[in-house]
Design a protein around this ligand. Sequence first.
Ligand code: GLN
Length: 393
Amino acid sequence: MKRLSGITESFTESVIREMTRVCDAANGYNLSQGFPDFESPDEIKRAATEAINKGLNQYPVTYGERELREAISRKARAYNGIISDPETDVTVTCGATEAMIATLKAIINPGDEIIVFEPFYENYGPGGMLSGAVPRYVTLHPPDWSIDPGELERAFNDRTKAIIINTPNNPTGKVFTREELDMIGGLCGRWDAFAITDEIYEHILYGNERHVSLASLPGMEDRTITINSISKTYSVTGWRVGWAIAPKKITSSIRKVHDFLTVGAPTPFQHAAATALAFPEAYYSNLRARYSEARSFLFDTLVGAGFRCAMPKGAYYILADISGLMERLGADSDVSFSHKLIELTGVATVPGSSFYSVKEKGRRHVRFCFCKRQETLDAVSDALARLRESPVL
Ligand code: GLN
């Protein structure tokens, strides 16, 4: 057989999704892949079945059903301060994942560099490689995941095509401040680079945190591609409906890639998504209240069990330091630790190395998600307490 694609040899299948399979096989508690184990809102489930029963089952408009593009544009204006024309600036995709790959493919030429903050959401690595981009990593420094302005400045150069920002951030829980976004915007302007922002956790914020969209900052509207999805906000990760908002010229390039990659996102779910985007403010405050409780509960559980972690400011993950427990579990890495943890407690996590370019950097971390029912979190708490009480070696 001739050699298969060299690009695909450069990355592995997703570890996050692999951990879900490992968890299912062990019948464990899935705190690895970030999806809720509670029901999606009835109203959008009804909207989806109504759309199916009404016969909305054929191909959608390739770049998105008009009703949904209009709903996206309205919401982006009201919540994000982004002005967009649904006819020319919005592309509906199969989840934020496709929006990111389609965007990268639409703007990258071989050898172009993209700046990625590290730790990063696993998908950005392969997404970048599939588009032919060369990644340059800039560290988010623990414990508060701050940016070193000098390091960021040094990452930009003539070859920089784009910077990827994910705020609120997976896996760190960082929420980029207005000042940080101003600094990033300034550098994009200076180096004529695009900004690609993944804002999928925009409603999952704690305390007084506020979400700021980079595209709403002066001068950034022409060079920012804003990516989002209904997956996390409306607890429908399996529906695969996301989007990219970008100026007309960039959008027409994204739409071409999207058209030939997937033709379109599922038609009935697009109509249900339009219903979701019109939910009242109370929906979002309830979501925040629910996750706020889950966050405190998991944080206390983890600290009680011997993990070291910082309280996330947004999103629904805790990246926990396992240094104090590795020896106890006879684990020499994040990967062996996560497998031992499932074996001993049934709790599934994601090894920290999945979020770093150099595996070693994530060797002392695992990521937990807390988008789960209280019942699940109670069971996890009991399981992890047992770990502390009984000798496991
Ligand atoms: N964003 C989720 C996570 O980080 C899962 C994404 C996915 O598997 N597509 O766990």
